[in-house]
Write a new protein. Structure first.
Length: 239
């Protein structure tokens, strides 16, 4: 879930450009099922060395608290649950959803007081307007670009009017192809995004951009590309 260029990249959630239909979901699920145990061990303290990232999460939590919708937040692409637990420590009421059954199993084991379930971000088993917040922390980087509008529309569907979305991703144009992480016989593409284009897609899906931050790569923790964070609010009904 740390989103650096030298690691396995992120929480899981939506897929890669390795196929069409359900193919990219299957590829992503198999990848993260295979590496889940090593991933959970390697990134157990993933937020500890990232004070600016924690500051973004804290600001997001305060926006949720001021919104008056309650603190129910979905951590989409939750991986082994590290970020879900951090959101809980900020006073929110988070739960996690991940495409990988093994990641969900690890999250439940590591954080037994929180709720985790298996599923795809593209088709959330949640009612319309159910949430105060959605977090997609380095989990949209596996979604094919042509499916991003549908993905953001799904995020808007499950948010209450005035609810907030936080998404994080690596900045760039060319994907990172990761092959045989920790020696496992799997590979996956990690798609970098441009903040301006992501903001346009969010606005086209009914969001109002509230904050945009790009920080420089932290070479001390192995990053080689800038990291972007966008916070957007679902629009309020007219009148």
């Amino acid at each position: 879930m740390t989103g650096t260029d030298t690691d396995t990249g992120t929480d899981t959630g939506a897929g890669t450009d390795t196929g069409t239909g359900s193919d990219f979901l299957l590829t992503t699920r198999v990848f993260y099922d295979t590496i889940a145990d090593d991933y959970a061990t390697h990134f157990r303290d993933g937020l500890a060395a990232r004070p600016l990232d924690r500051a973004v999460l804290t600001g997001f939590a305060e926006l949720i608290g001021k919104g008056g919708e309650g603190g129910r937040v979905a951590d989409l692409g939750c991986g082994p649950g590290l970020l879900t637990a951090y959101l809980d420590s900020l006073g929110l009421s988070p739960f996690g959803i991940d495409l990988s059954p093994r990641m969900v199993e690890l999250a439940r084991r590591e954080h037994p007081g929180l709720h985790f379930s298996q599923g795809s971000m593209l088709e959330l088993d949640l009612p319309d307007g159910d949430l105060a917040g959605v977090v997609a922390w380095y989990s949209v980087i596996h979604t094919p670009v042509d499916l991003l509008p549908a993905l953001f529309t799904e995020f808007a569907r499950v948010l209450a009017p005035g609810g907030h979305l936080l998404t994080a991703f690596q900045v760039g144009d060319d994907p990172l192809h990761l092959d045989r992480p920790w020696g496992h016989p799997v590979s996956l593409d990690f798609h970098r995004r441009q903040p301006d284009r992501m903001a346009e897609l969010l606005e086209a899906s009914g969001f109002e951009l509230r904050a945009r931050m790009v920080r420089e790569p932290d070479t001390d923790i192995g990053e080689s590309t800038p990291q972007a964070f966008l916070i957007a609010r679902k629009g309020l009904p007219a009148g």
